[in-house]
Design a protein around this ligand. Sequence first.
Ligand code: COA
Length: 218
Amino acid sequence: MKTAWRIPYPTLGRLAGIRTAVESILGLFRDIVKSVYLVLIQILTRLAYVERKLPSSISMWARLDVIPRAPHHERHRLSLGRNSLIEASCVICTWHGDVILKDRASIGIGSIVMGPVLIGENSACSQNCFISGQSHLYEDISKKFLRQGFKTEKVVIGKNVWIGASSVILPGVKIGDNSIIGAGSTIIEDVPSYSVAVGNPAKIIRKYNFQTKQWERV
Ligand SMILES: CC(C)(COP(=O)(O)OP(=O)(O)OC[C@H]1O[C@@H](n2cnc3c(N)ncnc32)[C@H](O)[C@@H]1OP(=O)(O)O)[C@@H](O)C(=O)NCCC(=O)NCCS
């Protein structure tokens, strides 16, 4: 009489447990190797791939994606003027275009800036903003959007502009000098100089009147 060979249930459970433990250890090892690699890339980027005038400051906790992802890709510039600042947890990506910060321009904690973007003198982008000069193409429905390439339209932020926290600035937008963007606003079209724009999509609520010397409601 033949007896079927069966692994007792507790043994199977133990094997599954060992497999999970091995996967966790290998996963942790992979994460550590990857983190060390990324730290080295960040050090190399800061040493060789950023144009900066001193004094300027880049947090060691900011991620700079400046080195092209493949050798045949074009490299774009990350340039910082005097007294400019990139704060902690920012991601600055130049894979599709230059990111230029003029003198005393700053990018607040947790913001993401994807080139091509120009930020003018004395302009400040508050915490957690998203500013992008590039967008995925999606017209061809037979292909994944990731395979359809990008379009780039430069974002130009003028001088002495204050961008409120958690704002979103979309490709191609120009914000004129001395304007203010309210917290949490989404900017989809140009904002003229000396204007206050708020909301999603943002609308202009105030303009500076040079006769009365007041910010007046629109
Ligand atoms: C844009 C801002 C400066 C406007 O200030 P203000 O001129 O005093 O504006 P008011 O408070 O008079 O508001 C005017 C109108 O705009 C609306 N509004 C103001 N800020 C808004 C915003 N961020 N989003 C949407 N609507 C806004 C108000 O509700 C009000 O609407 P109503 O007239 O229908 O009632 C201010 O609201 C703001 O968003 N500051 C950013 C704060 C920030 O990000 N700080 C980061 C520190 S670095």
